[in-house]
Design a protein around this ligand. Structure first.
Ligand SMILES: Cc1cc2nc3c(=O)[nH]c(=O)nc-3n(C[C@H](O)[C@H](O)[C@H](O)COP(=O)(O)OP(=O)(O)OC[C@H]3O[C@@H](n4cnc5c(N)ncnc54)[C@H](O)[C@@H]3O)c2cc1C
Ligand code: SF4
Length: 333
């Protein structure tokens, strides 16, 4: 049986100092923060995560949603997904984020799950979650049975010969489109990481998923000021209508003037090894009339580099239709 020490630090500095003693902040870390526990505790029960020390961050003062002086929003690391989804400012100015959060998990899970925990949730790849199986992400160098095995739900963008696992988050797809910034407090001080730089592609080190270092505590996430008049939609396609991860999803933040697209931010979920911002789709839309033909061209551009696995070729067309339809909904609502 796995045993571990449970720690309740008095303040953020104490939490960071304890976690800084770990050798890594990635898979296999022997010190882990716990927030809602809806990812970590599951993985500890499965022996996929076996930390020697678990640091409870729920009592740290990181649970506020506040306006920033520049008109944006600051979201504390331990703000619950349900509180964030129903926050009036989020519903009014960042609707894509509210919709994405409400499309995730179940009401009970959203009541526990936190902002930082959602950022750092792990893949649902079945081989990763089963210690009887080989898995490069769980145990580097052992192989990736998903490539020739069960990969229907896995990624088609950003994969490598070492890992094809999908990032499962809905919230993160919206945050990618909203160009969020992740704020971290570590042993050497604080730093702000643009969302686009936070996640790593699997390459030859799929066990390393983010740029976090030992001791790094996510303290909050900021969103820039909402663009006036922007239309926002999160569309999620999945095997059943609720309580299921995305096969494909799209987050759209788009502004139209005189019938033409003046600004577009696009991200995809369910298809990438990380929350997948698509500059290709954004460029394809820039300055173009907001109409179905151009939405399809943007979707084609977004999936141009997709690489199907043995069981998930269908995701490429699904993701294209998902994005084109999300654009249609956003621009006609
Ligand atoms: C049955 C089920 C269905 C689900 N369906 C969906 C879905 O459809 N869509 C979706 O997006 N998600 C889904 N989820 C995932 C869920 O959203 C995540 O489990 C949740 O967001 C994790 O948040 P948490 O606070 O519980 O994280 P925890 O389990 O507490 O932590 C997760 C990870 O983050 C780290 N961590 C937590 N806080 C910090 C911090 N401040 N700084 C640094 N590291 C930190 C922990 O060390 C741990 O490694 C589902 C989960 C379950 C169990
Ligand atoms: S896809 Fe990644 S997580 Fe899944 S078995 Fe392969 S290496 Fe492991």
């Amino acid at each position: 049986m796995h045993t571990f020490e449970f720690i309740r630090p008095a303040d953020t500095a104490a939490a960071v100092a304890t976690a800084a003693q770990a050798k890594t902040a990635q898979q296999g870390a022997d010190v882990r923060f716990v927030a809602g526990g809806t990812t970590l505790v599951d993985l500890m029960k499965l022996n996929v995560e076996t930390p020697a020390r678990v640091i409870d961050i729920n009592r740290l003062p990181l649970d506020k949603v506040e306006a920033t002086p520049d008109g944006g929003l600051k979201i504390g690391a331990t703000v619950r997904n349900s509180d964030l989804a129903h926050h009036p400012t989020v519903q009014r100015d960042y609707a894509v984020l509210s919709q994405a959060l409400l499309a995730g998990a179940s009401a009970q899970l959203r009541n526990m799950a936190t902002t930082a925990g959602n950022l750092l949730q792990r893949t649902r790849c079945m081989y990763f979650r089963d210690t009887a199986m080989l898995c490069n992400k769980r145990e580097p160098g052992t192989g990736c049975p998903a490539i020739t095995g069960s990969n229907r739900t896995l990624a088609v963008l950003g994969t490598s010969e070492h890992c094809i696992a999908t990032n499962p988050s809905d919230m993160c797809v919206a945050m990618a489109a909203l160009e969020a910034t992740i704020h971290v407090q570590g042993p050497k001080g604080s730093r702000a990481i643009p969302f686009a730089d936070f996640y790593l592609l699997p390459g030859s080190t799929p066990n390393r998923e983010t740029v976090l270092e030992p001791g790094d505590l996510v303290t909050h996430v900021t969103l820039p000021q909402a663009r006036p008049g922007s239309k926002q939609v999160y569309l999620k396609l999945r095997d059943r209508a609720a309580y299921e991860f995305a096969l494909a999803s799209a987050a759209v933040v788009i502004t139209i003037a005189g019938g033409n697209v003046t600004h577009a931010r696009i991200a995809l979920g369910g298809v990438g090894t990380k929350p997948w911002r698509s500059p290709e789709a954004e460029s394809a839309l820039a300055g173009k009339p907001a109409e179905a033909g151009n939405f399809r061209k943007a979707a084609e551009a977004a999936m141009r580099d997709a690489k199907p696995q043995t069981e998930n070729k269908f995701k490429i067309e699904l993701a294209k239709r998902c994005l084109a339809h999300a654009l249609q909904i956003a621009t006609t609502s």
